[in-house]
Design a protein. Structure first.
Length: 307
């Protein structure tokens, strides 16, 4: 049997270091916000045959004077262009240039010649809409957290000793904040290193992780609720027993989920990679916190209460 509760200080220190580091990184660098939140346009195109070098594409588009243009490769033949909001005429002008000049040849796609590029997607978000999405995302996360506290407190309403039911809800929320902060810190670092941006899909990943993580935590808490009347042990020993009874289930479930997500991340489309990566990181952190953070926090709270 693993002595998780006996070694709770180690796990609490690890979590504290990760959370503090994430807060520092977020305070200094913040998150690299995508088009969804700051406004702008996103265009993804695929070259039918050979994709030119990125600098060649930039040179061919230079005459259009597009503001804040960034271009990155996607897959073997596609590229993603991000820039400030443009009108439809400029959108068509970009496609015309990509079809006629980026391979160093002068084909006329408008006169029936075969196209060089295929437009896969085009999204445009105004600054006001981006700000509205940001506010709605924050509200959504806030209400999800409040709902989780109320649900956990209601689910454990019959548990009054030695920890009150509402304390299970507070511990669950602390655990969720731990998961969210570390995930955001990770993406802040990825934004610096790899230029990874966060958008609405990242918020969707956050909400998914909140549900997944609290589910893992409640599984442990529920086993503890069942064991409290059955075992004539100290509270910390009953908690340790409960964690050991559920740890294999939690880890196996998370591993199978992460393996499926890895397949999607590797072989899926570029546009979903940040969403899938957020899920992988979040589920990994959530599994750790449900086992090594939530239960030790209950024990620490109970010990402090006795003092």
């Amino acid at each position: 049997m693993l002595k998780i509760i006996d070694n709770k200080k180690i796990f609490l220190i690890i979590s504290s270091v990760l959370v503090i580091t994430s807060i520092i990184v977020l305070s200094v660098f913040g998150l690299k916000l995508g088009v969804d939140f700051v406004g702008g346009s996103l265009l993804e195109v695929k070259y039918i045959n050979t994709r030119p070098e990125i600098n060649v594409v930039k040179e061919s588009l230079a005459k259009l004077n597009i503001n804040d243009l960034t271009i990155k490769a996607a897959g073997e033949k596609s590229i993603i262009l991000k820039f400030r909001n443009i009108d439809e005429d400029t959108h068509q002008a970009i496609l015309h240039v990509l079809n006629n000049n980026t391979l160093g040849i002068n084909t006329d796609s408008e006169n029936g010649s075969e196209k060089i590029v295929e437009e896969l997607s085009y999204d445009s978000v105004g600054p006001s809409i981006g700000e509205e999405l940001k506010e709605k995302s924050i509200r959504a996360i806030f209400w999800v957290l409040i709902t989780i506290v109320l649900f956990v407190a209601w689910a454990f309403k019959k548990v009054t000793r030695p920890i009150s039911s509402w304390k299970y809800g507070i511990v669950a929320i602390i655990t969720l904040f731990h998961d969210i902060i570390i995930l955001c810190g990770t993406f802040s670092i990825l934004g610096i290193i790899a230029g990874m941006e966060v958008g609405v899909s990242f918020v969707a990943a956050l909400l998914t992780i909140l549900g997944y993580s609290v589910n893992d935590t409640i599984v442990v808490f529920d086993r503890l609720r069942e064991n409290l009347p059955k075992y004539n042990l100290a509270f910390k020993d009953t908690v340790n027993e409960s964690v050991n009874q559920t740890i294999r289930r939690s880890i196996n479930t998370s591993i199978t989920t992460i393996l499926a997500l890895l397949c999607v991340f590797i072989w899926g489309g570029t546009t979903t990679q940040s969403f899938i990566l957020a899920l992988i990181v979040g589920i990994s952190i959530g599994t750790y916190s449900s086992i090594f953070l939530a239960s030790p926090l209950l024990v620490v709270w109970n010990e402090h209460q006795k003092k």
